[in-house]
Design a protein around this ligand. Sequence first.
Ligand code: MN
Ligand code: MN
Length: 453
Amino acid sequence: MEKKLAYERKNSWLKYSEKETKTVQDYADDYREFLSVSKTERLSVEFVKKMAVKNKFTENSKTKFFIENRSKNIAIVSIGSISPLKGVNFVGSHVDVPRIDLKPSPLYEKENIAHLKTHYYGGIKKYQWLARPLSMYGVIFLRNGKKLDIAIGDKESDPVFSINDLLPHLSSSQNSKTVRDAFEGEKLNIIVGSIPLKKTEKDAVKANALKIINDMYGIEEEDFISAEIEMVPQGNARDVGFDRGLIGGYGHDDRVCGYTSATAIFEAKNKKTACAILFDKEEVGSHGSTGAQSKFIEDIIIEILKKVGEKPSYENIRTVMRNSDLLSSDVSCGIDPDFQDVHEQQNGAKMGFGVVITKYTGSAGKHGANDANAEFVFKIRDIFNKAGVAWQIAELGRVDAGGGGTIAAYLADHGINVIDCGPALLGMHSPFEIVSKADLYETYKAYRAFFEA
Ligand code: MN
Ligand code: MN
């Protein structure tokens, strides 16, 4: 083995041949398309399911199959030649993204403008969502039990929606507040109408809005109660920069890992059983029947055992878990050139320098972190090195600058080896997050190498 005394990170773009650069760009084109149309967890699961079918994964296959959970999780499984009792190689991502949800009873009128009340989902900087076009997505169950899929805003002929921001001329009181106090959750109200219904005495604009959605979709006001409607940034993901090296868009965190892990398992030639899982609810703590704290992972293992003719006994489930490895495939944070003070350069992720391995997350002294052990870090490092994957080690930011968590700890609690691994972003949780196309591609390569290990 050649001696390499110093640890060095390199910009991935410098190592690509012309042909590889084209491969990276082509892969990014397909991803950008996915991101533009998959604006909710349900739509992401739907997209990946269609990709799975295209790649000859079916629900009933004994070797290449998928398991769906409540339209918000999907697990894609490729059975290997080695018994799953020897362990499964899992990659677990999440496809829920911070957004603005409608309240259960949302519609009201004020000053002759009809609005929808909202309750934001996940960690957002509220001001980033003001004064910009928003699209409306989701499902709504009508009184007669009919399920409606809502998608308004991203077709050229659609109207869009918006949350108003205060004009600078009258912001002198707002300007003297802290950012936390200047933008209130209860003021994130969506403008949805301004024309009154004729011959109506009270709340004529609200009445008109209700009439229009009833004419178009058959919706009555009470139907909003049995709905999940998400307001998300309008518009497609786009290439960023003269050189088109970056992609900007809504929801890289963490649909980028959902997409790369799915394409990786479709292509992988795996000896061990491989499984990509797309979770929901990560941005609000991974609780609930579709979050990573649920027993879905057990359901998947039971299904795997049944497919290969093993008893899904408690002992066998535990054996699979104890022998399994999992990449908690979630995004990291790239060093922000304008806010370098929140990073520690030597242990911060550089954009374009490859997929990021994160040994631990957490905050205030690694609290809440899965701190991967040295044995497992070595295993992953070795897999990536042997497969020629560009990778870098990084922490989220400076010690005590803040912090965050992923699904890692919840899955490690089952006795699975877990480490965080995904591409770095700029502007995480904003309506326009940025990823490097090189990191996107290296992430795909990393997951594929892991599945094939
Ligand atoms: Mn997040
Ligand atoms: Mn995430």
